[in-house]
Design a protein around this ligand. Structure first.
Ligand code: ADP
Ligand code: TRP
Length: 320
């Protein structure tokens, strides 16, 4: 089974990304040949500065490798190292009606927020379809916000196969439903757009400060507290064993246990949880060329695969 997914390089990862997406992806890696790429062409739709884009790509690759991405059966690459994807996109553009793209939620949401859309943003789903179809992907793990993009991809693949000849596999979305939403320090969903995140990597002091600022109610130290209503407990569950969680809940109910104690306990577990990743990251950071080499090598493999598909596509549409 071929698994593929793309990741937007858009700044520092937070623990919501780790527990909500990355961890599942690292597990899924064991189930089949995985193509994992950093969607730098897609990132251009929001107009990042060149240095920021490069730095975001580098850091995303660094973070994934630090968290245990195995290169044994995974092709890890930069989208833009396979320019055939833009060629396929152009071909797919011609079987995509404007009305179809106008119905995309992500596009409509951006417009509703007052964004002046560029054409890249409009055709974003077609580039995404090209990403998926180029490598014969069968399973595409994504967050639920990407569900419609997968439907668009399937639709375009079917249309192409009908209009020309049987060329593309029809991919399935894989949207893990068992994953709980990780709360941010203010109790809303953790998200970089809400400024309520706990970063995956960072200085100990800075992360401790963020943990200590998790919002709680003002029940006094001595009074019993309801563990089910507390953000600290919800976060603690991610990094502690079930027994440790039960112990914290008992402390809440008994009283004489303040939110400060709970935050400190969470911070210690959190710090220990990511210790091996931090160590690997410190090692990897010593040699930035290694990160770029990994991506370049992945790009070569992906490109060879892409070329096979493009050969069939070009013939099917009459370009060869
Ligand atoms: P953000 O909301 O910070 O912009 P993204 O939309 O870039 O995060 O999400 C990247 C991946 O991480 C997606 O698959 C998304 O479902 C997952 N993710 C992000 N935030 C959370 C969260 N708070 N809880 C669970 N999963 C999350
Ligand atoms: N649009 C996806 C996101 O924002 C990233 C992405 C680009 C992607 N191309 C893809 C995901 C292909 C899966 C498959 O998360």
């Amino acid at each position: 089974m071929r698994i593929l997914t793309g990741l937007q390089p858009s700044g520092n990862l937070h623990i919501g990304n780790y527990f909500g997406a990355m961890r599942q992806l690292l597990e899924l890696q064991q189930k089949g040949e995985t193509f994992l790429f950093i969607a730098d062409y897609h990132a251009l739709t929001t107009g990042p500065k060149a240095d920021d884009l490069r730095s975001n790509v580098y850091h995303l690759a660094l973070d994934f490798l630090s968290c245990g991405l195995s290169l044994d059966n995974t092709v890890f690459f930069r989208q833009s190292d396979v320019p055939q994807v833009t060629e396929l996109m152009w071909i797919l553009n011609n079987i995509t009606t404007v009305g179809f793209l106008e119905r995309a939620h992500s596009y409509k949401d951006k417009i509703a927020k007052g964004f002046t859309p560029n054409t890249g943003l409009f055709t974003y789903p077609v580039l995404m379809a090209a990403d998926i179809l180029l490598y014969g992907s069968e399973l595409v793990p994504v967050g639920k916000d990407q569900k419609q993009h997968l439907e668009i991809t399937r639709d375009l693949a079917i249309r192409f196969n009908n209009d020309y000849e049987e060329t593309f596999k029809i991919p399935e979305a894989y949207i893990p439903t068992s994953v709980a939403v990780v709360p941010g320090i203010d109790g809303q969903k953790m998200s970089k757009s809400y400024g309520n995140t706990i970063p995956l990597f960072g200085a100990q002091k800075a992360i401790r400060k963020i943990v200590m600022s998790i919002v709680t109610d003002s029940t006094p130290m001595e009074a019993p507290k309801d563990p089910e209503k507390c953000n600290v407990v919800a976060l603690y569950k991610l990094v502690a064993t079930p027994e440790e969680v039960e112990e914290m809940k008992a402390n809440y109910r008994a009283g004489n246990y303040g939110y400060g104690h709970a935050k400190q306990a969470f911070f210690e577990k959190l710090w220990a949880y990511f210790e091996p990743m931090r160590e690997r990251r410190a090692q990897l950071e010593k040699d930035p060329d290694y990160i770029w080499d990994v991506l370049r090598e992945g790009g070569k493999k992906a490109s060879a695969e892409a070329e096979k598909t493009m050969d069939r596509v070009r013939r099917a549409v009459g370009l060869r």
